[in-house]
Design a protein around this ligand. Structure first.
Ligand code: BGC
Length: 444
């Protein structure tokens, strides 16, 4: 199938996505406060080869060239995140004017170049000052987050209409507060469930704050999703897959839609009630203008007696002998189709936007060019899967490639490259990959 952009209609939103900590660098410049990632990367052996985001793509100093490059690739929408600790170095209290100034310049230049900004308010870089007070495990975070959100809307809302409240709450609460493999590196069920509930409260609260200040805003939030299949059709594997699906795909969207936490499948989730107060269930609900789904692969799950709480485990893609990306994820673009169908099946789901999708593969520079047929094929096939879902009636309204520039890939450091644009992290030279040229042609 040779798809064109036109097949999706004029009102379909195409773009690229990035996140502040992964590209900005300038981690201590111009009055910025430390974030939990600035602190986490200093701990030994948490990150692949002890990489860190102190400089990353140096986007903070190079955004002018990078945005011009984006415009030259005909990319009409840019999703980026604001670093909370650049705006509020202490998390709450005094605003840093130089932080405001940076995002003002960034937004202004986007608009000047005809690029519509989509602002993510939280992409995992909590101010460290707030983590010392418990971070997402402290219920006060709902108010701290609300204040930060209102500052962003007051400063940028005259030019920014599209807001994304949170990036992938399941990932940052699980990796950061249960497994301890992401910042802030905390572990255990109690930390996790407290973080989950306060995050879900903040998700709805943040959205309410935006709407109260800006009536014509377009507000959404994003969820990490993976199509889940049982390893065999044995009852035990089917049950295990259902539990994994609950955790990976349903944990945050269902309370938002007014369905409460999905405790029926995973009994231990009932313990979240310890953190709940009267009226919370109602406060978790918000009628978003859109829901962002972010998908990279599928998961195959089997029963595992010794895995606490879940009795389920993921059968790694490597063991399944399938084609892998540099993240060791299965190359499986159809997952996006299944996820769109799954989300569409909720009764009161708002329109869906794919706010992230992409693939990491090893890249080679030859004669100043990067040929990346595997990434190009993946993106092309993923877009075909979006079209397939759309043809079947799914209200999907947009697609953002993850990501524009190769960047700091969290615990994996700089090793996996997801960019449409290659970055030489020593010289900071940028080279548009063949996938980037393909996307530019597609968008032209
Ligand atoms: C995150 C990105 C990340 C990407 C690839 C998503 O989970 O939002 O920050 O780089 O996946 O791992």
């Amino acid at each position: 199938m040779l798809l064109t952009k036109e097949a999706f209609g004029d009102d379909f939103t195409w773009g690229v996505a990035t996140a502040a900590y992964q590209i900005e660098g300038a981690s201590r410049d111009d009055g910025k406060g430390l974030s939990i990632w600035d602190v986490f990367v200093q701990k030994k052996n948490k990150i692949f080869q002890n990489h860190h985001g102190d400089t990353a793509c140096d986007f903070y100093h190079r955004y002018v060239d990078d945005l011009h490059l984006m415009a030259s690739l005909h990319i009409p929408n840019y999703r980026f995140s604001i670093s909370w600790s650049r705006i509020l170095p202490g998390g709450v209290g005094e605003v840093n004017p130089r932080g405001i100034d940076f995002y003002n310049r960034l937004i202004d230049l986007c608009l000047e170049l005809g690029i519509t900004p989509w602002v993510t308010l939280y992409h995992w870089d909590l101010p460290h000052a707030l983590e010392t007070k418990g971070g997402w495990t402290n219920r006060d975070i709902k108010e701290w987050f609300g204040q930060y959100v209102s500052i962003c809307v007051r400063h940028f809302g005259d030019r920014v209409k599209n807001w994304i409240v949170l990036n992938e709450p399941t990932v940052f609460t699980a990796a950061g507060y249960f497994f301890g493999v992401h910042a802030p590196g905390r572990k255990g069920l109690d930390n996790f469930l407290a973080a989950v509930h306060h995050t879900a409260l903040s998700q709805a609260h943040g959205a309410r704050v935006i709407k109260s200040l800006q009536k014509d805003s377009h507000v959404g939030t994003t969820f990490s999703c993976s199509h889940v299949e049982p390893y065999t059709m044995r009852e035990k594997d089917v049950v295990a897959a259902r539990k994994a699906d609950t955790l990976l795909n349903r944990l945050f969207v269902e309370p938002l839609l007014g369905m409460g936490y999905p405790t029926a499948e995973i009994k231990v989730l009932n313990r979240v009630e310890r953190y709940m107060k009267q009226h919370d269930e109602k406060d978790l609900i918000f009628d978003m203008d859109f829901v962002g789904v972010q998908n990279y692969t599928r998961e195959v799950v089997r029963h595992a007696t010794f895995v606490p709480f879940l009795q389920a485990k993921i059968v790694s893609a490597r063991k399944r002998n399938v084609e892998l990306t540099s993240m060791n994820w299965e190359v499986y673009p159809e997952s996006l189709y299944h996820i769109l169908k799954k989300f569409q099946a909720y009764d009161n789901i708002p329109p869906l936007i794919i706010t992230e999708n992409g693939a990491a593969f090893t890249d080679q520079v030859e004669y100043n060019q990067v040929e990346d047929p595997r990434r190009l094929n993946y993106i092309q096939q993923a877009i075909e899967q979006v079209f397939r879902a759309k043809q079947e009636g799914v209200a999907v309204k947009g697609y953002f490639v993850w990501t524009f520039l190769d960047n700091f890939e969290w615990a994996e450091g700089y090793h996996p490259r997801f960019g449409l644009v290659y970055v030489d992290f020593k010289s900071q030279q940028r080279i548009v990959k063949s996938s980037g040229h393909w996307y530019a042609d597609f968008l032209k």
